[in-house]
Design a protein around this ligand. Structure first.
Ligand code: 26Q
Length: 805
């Protein structure tokens, strides 16, 4: 099956001649990229078909992961790696004077997600295929991915991400699998025969959902699963109904843009239709497939599992009910029992304002049949629970209340499993956020700690590190991340430690060059590379990081001899376009960077680099070069975090609060190998209860805090007349919602310990090694295996084919 180098070269040449009428020698990178991509797609398509056939013939149970976001980044190298062709192709191209890295840069990031949630979905897609698990993705093919970020005068400016402009080599449009989705109009129920009601639709509009499939290639196992993304079109039969150009545009634009993660923006009609659109299309296509298995609808859960990734696809519940009742003629009870047995749901947030709700009238207007069904689910839920539970509990947990439809309630009530994404988070769901539901459905709650696709975040993005690992512990860690543990045997081996340090140095040099080229800032690779990369959110506390930097700046101004390691603080973060406070923080970081980076007194000992347009590709450049990983959210607020895992794997040492998966990282490496600070989640909740927090008191009593905060309003940081005041007020006038000032001292102390540890390279390198060695448990291979076993009840195709013989 695997191609030889000569075969590859021959085929590449031939395809270039056929498709572009050129020779390799004259080909430009985009032509080469497209040709190479097409060649690979053709090559894995055989396996793709075979996988599909295998699932069908074996009637294998499959999971469908419904997510409104997927964030795969670039796919060329990852496909090459998984197909076992990376080294061969690299060499073959080199022999033709082509640099694979340069070619790979041509590919546009597929950025159909905001951050952690979308990236997790893509890590899962990789791991499902790599573990031979029958799992498919279902989502939206946005014409524009997440906005591109630039800085102008230190302000964030958003530009459209036209990722499809030069086509997408990996996708296959499947017209034959298109389905219709109905929205708007009115629906009433009509009795067709005794006791049998059928919905009658009036004035509805029909949209055509066209799927684009992308193969998800497993690592060295011949399995290729499918990521199906839907795009909207106007069906030709309906064309003349959309007379006005505006009306037409509105519908055609349905899948145009990805909504930015934004809890402030509520009730956006288009977003709701997007949610229904990809849910309805996805479920219709599942049912269409299921019918080929010739099994009764009531046995659906033996063959199909549907996963609801956060509440955005929660309409899976009523849509499945609609199809089973209205189209497959099941009774309410049959349909309900079947639906609940098929659905499972993951919660990704404990921030109350981020829990999705839709106004009743909006939902009634746009998806009337969904609303009818939800109303009925709600009524039956209340009726059945009232017999068992107290009135108030039932009222608090109902789906429709306060004029709104509560999507998390719908997802929990309509599924058999609800999970959080880290131990602490799952515990908080049970004890606080979803406690009422835990009382009612204790068996439905479980934890599945997040994970990362370890090959992308080491083998692909950090070759220097991977080479040292291969030499020291062999290559089994690539398939089995737990084997990274073997590295623990080398914590005293100066040879290996030195090689790891050299690998880190190399990565820092590469990042330094990137920084110089893209920002003009010169940084020393002797300095600590201190990294905070994640969406910009008040609760993630990038501002706390900034307060500490300003403290260091003032220390150095007071005393240029102040003992400290040189540091480069590296930020990557996008703010939702309408999230004014987050944008203010970006502006303040950028202006502080201007101040510090250009202050001759500082003499390069302190630098701030805010790299614009943080995305998967940039993460792949930053993470291998990181010394310090900033995971400093207010305890209880970060559901899990996943950059914490990626940075750990790459040997960065974590400074963290006991939040999200940081708790599990601490347990994995031990207290000596991580720098923990700040309030615990319990202490945070105590403050909420006793209401004793007073930031102004801390300001008045703590001269360091006072001095640091004053720089925002006394002109020390230039060009932030309004922004500085906004920050100052948020911390003092509005009592510092995320307790930055409370955690400040403890954060400073932890940073001082980091400083000391870095001063001793032997200690530092050992801690770094221990972090890499213990990152294996955060492989998403493990995570999806647990989902497969505990929730979805699906079996690996690999063990399945093994069983067969
Ligand atoms: C909501 C309403 C309207 C438009 C957009 C949204 C929206 C979009 C994206 C709301 C939330 C998101 C994304 C959330 C997210 O990424 N959460 C992160 O999920 C990670 C994976 O589980 C966790 O590691 C992070 O802790 C969590 O913040």
């Amino acid at each position: 099956m695997v191609m030889t180098k000569e075969e590859f070269k021959k085929e590449l040449r031939q395809r270039l001649r056929e498709n572009y009428a050129i020779e390799v020698e004259g080909a430009k990178p985009p032509e080469l990229f497209n040709t190479l991509g097409a060649l690979l797609k053709a090559k894995f398509s055989e396996d793709w078909r075979a996988t599909w056939k295998d699932y069908l013939v074996g009637k294998q149970k499959q999971v469908y992961y419904f997510s409104i976001e997927f964030l795969p980044g670039k796919m060329l190298k990852s496909n090459l790696l998984n197909m076992g062709m990376l080294e061969m192709v690299r060499e073959a191209l080199a022999e033709m004077d082509i640099d694979l890295e340069e070619l790979a840069e041509v590919e546009r990031d597929m950025a159909l997600g905001n951050g952690g949630l979308g990236r997790l979905a893509s890590c899962f897609m990789d791991s499902l295929a790599s573990c031979g698990l029958p799992g498919n993705g279902n989502g939206i093919r946005y014409d524009y991915g997440l906005f591109k970020q630039r800085f102008v005068d230190g302000y964030q400016v958003e530009l459209p991400d036209e990722w499809l402009r030069s086509g997408n080599i990996w996708e296959i449009r499947r017209d034959s699998k298109a389905v219709d989705v109905r929205i708007g109009g009115h629906v009433y129920l009509k009795e067709v025969r005794k006791g049998r009601l059928k919905p009658v639709y009036e004035n509805t509009r029909t949209l055509r959902a066209v799927p684009y499939d992308t193969g998800m290639v497993g690592y060295g196992n011949g399995v290729v699963n499918t990521l199906r993304l839907w795009s909207v079109e106007i069906p030709s039969s309906e064309e003349d109904r959309y007379q006005s150009i505006e009306g037409r545009r509105e519908l055609e634009d349905l899948t145009a843009v990805l909504y930015p993660d934004d809890s402030n923006e509520k009730g956006r009609l288009t977003r709701l239709i997007q949610e229904y659109f990809f849910v309805s299309a996805g479920i219709q296509s599942i049912i269409r497939y299921y019918k080929r298995l010739n099994q009764p609808m009531t046995r659906l859960s033996e063959y199909v599992a549907i996963h609801i990734n956060d509440t955005h696809p929660a309409l899976c519940v009523p849509e499945m009910m609609r199809i089973l009742m209205d189209e497959q003629n099941l009774s309410w009870k049959q349909a309900w029992d079947t639906t609940v047995k098929v659905m499972s749901y993951t919660n990704h947030t404990i921030m109350a304002e981020a829990l999705e709700k839709w106004p009743i009238d909006l939902m009634k207007r746009t998806i009337p049949r969904m609303y009818q069904i939800i109303e009925e689910i709600d009524a039956r839920y209340v009726a059945s629970m009232r017999e068992i539970h107290e009135h108030d509990l039932v009222e608090r947990t109902r789906i429709i209340k306060d004029g709104q439809v509560h999507m998390a309630h719908l997802a929990i009530i309509g599924s058999y499993s609800t999970n959080g994404v880290a131990k602490l988070h799952s515990d908080l769901l049970k004890s606080v956020v979803l406690h009422d539901f835990y009382v009612i459905f204790p068996d439905r709650f479980n934890n599945k700690t997040n994970g990362i696709a370890q090959r992308r975040w080491s083998q692909l993005s950090n070759e220097p590190l991977s080479n040292v690992l291969n030499e020291a512990i062999g290559t089994s860690w690539r398939k089995n991340a737990a084997d990274l543990k073997l590295l623990m045997n080398y914590q005293g081996d100066q040879q290996v430690l030195k090689k790891l340090a050299e690998a880190k140095k190399k990565n820092k040099q590469a990042l330094a060059a990137y920084i110089k080229e893209n920002t003009g800032i010169e940084v020393s690779t002797e300095a600590i590379f201190d990294v905070q990369i994640k969406r910009l959110h008040a609760y993630k506390r990038q501002l706390l990081n900034l307060l500490h930097i300003i403290k260091l700046y003032l220390d150095l101004k007071d005393n240029p001899e102040h003992p400290m390691q040189s540091r480069v603080f590296i930020f990557g973060a996008k703010a939702a376009p309408s999230y004014a406070y987050a944008k203010t923080i970006i502006k303040c970081i950028n202006e502080t960077a201007n101040l510090i980076n250009n202050d001759p007194d500082i003499n390069g000992r302190l630098k701030i680099v805010f790299l614009p347009n943080y995305n998967v590709t940039l993460a792949e450049k930053i993470i291998p070069a990181a010394d310090v990983s900033e995971q400093i959210s207010l305890a209880s607020k970060e559901a899990s975090g996943t950059s914490n895992m990626k940075l750990m794997l790459n040997g960065a040492i974590t400074i963290a609060t006991l939040d999200g998966a940081n708790v599990e990282i601490r347990n994995a490496v031990g207290d000596d190998n991580i720098f923990i600070f700040g309030l615990t989640e319990k202490e945070v909740y105590q403050y909420y209860e006793n209401r004793e927090y007073s930031s102004i008191r801390l300001y008045e009593e703590n001269s360091v805090i006072q001095r640091v905060l004053n720089t925002f309003i006394d002109g020390t940081i230039p060009n932030i007349l309004y922004e500085g005041r906004e920050i100052f007020d948020s911390l003092i006038k509005y009592n510092d919602e995320y307790f930055l000032l409370r955690d400040f001292d403890s954060y400073v102390q932890a940073q001082e310990k980091i400083n000391e540890a870095y001063a001793n390279p032997k200690i530092w390198q050992k801690i770094s090694l221990i972090n890499t060695a213990n990152a294996g448990r955060f492989s998403s291979d493990e995570t999806v295996r647990r989902y497969a076993e505990d929730i979805w009840n699906i079996e690996s195709k690999l063990s399945y084919s093994n069983k067969k013989g």
